[in-house]
Design a binder for this molecule. Sequence first.
Ligand SMILES: [Fe+2]
Length: 193
Amino acid sequence: MKDIEITESIKYVGADDKTLDLFESQYIIPNGISYNSYIIHDKKIVIMDTIDKRKTDEWMENIEKELNGKSPEYLVISHLEPDHAANIKLLSDKYPQMKLVGNKLTFNMLPQFFDIDLTDKKVVVSEGDVIDIGEHKLQFFMAPMVHWPEVMVTYEQTEKVLFTADGFGKFGALDADEDWTCEARRYYFNICR
Ligand SMILES: [Fe+2]
C-alpha cells in the first residue's frame, strides 16, 4: 500500500493498477491507473468509494489496516461505475451496520449492479445536504454527467477537502512520472465530457 496521508485524519486506501492494457477497453494507459478510495477518521468513520474488482484484495487489506478493528458508519457512493464501486456489496456484507450514502439516482441505479437489501441502510442525500460525523462535516453536491448521471462530489468542510469522483482525474498510476496536464487533459476529453 502506498502510505498516502491526505490529512492527519483522511487516508488514501485505493490501489494502483499497472496490469491493465486498455482502460474501459479503449484508452491506452502505459503508466497504469489508480482506483481511488479514502477513509475519514472521526467519531463516525467514513469510507469514500470501493474501487475496481481487479484490486479488491489490496483495497480490503488497506481498509482493514486503517480501520484497525473498528467499523465504518458510512460508505459514500460518489459514482456507480465499477472502477469506483465494484465492492459495494462486499463491504456492505462485511459491515452490515454500515449505511450507504448516495442520491436518488444512485439508489435508482444501484439494483442494476447489486442485490442489496437497502432497508435501514440507505441514506439519500440531495444538493447541499450535510452529514456530521464529528469534527468533519460532509456536504454533497450533485455533478450529473461528470461521466454518469448519478455522480456527486463531497466537500469536507472542516479540512476543506473535495472528493471529486471522476472530476479532475487523470490517467496514470499515482507514482507515474509523466506530464500531469497532458494525461489530465486526455482523461477530461475522453471520460469527463
Ligand atoms: Fe467514471
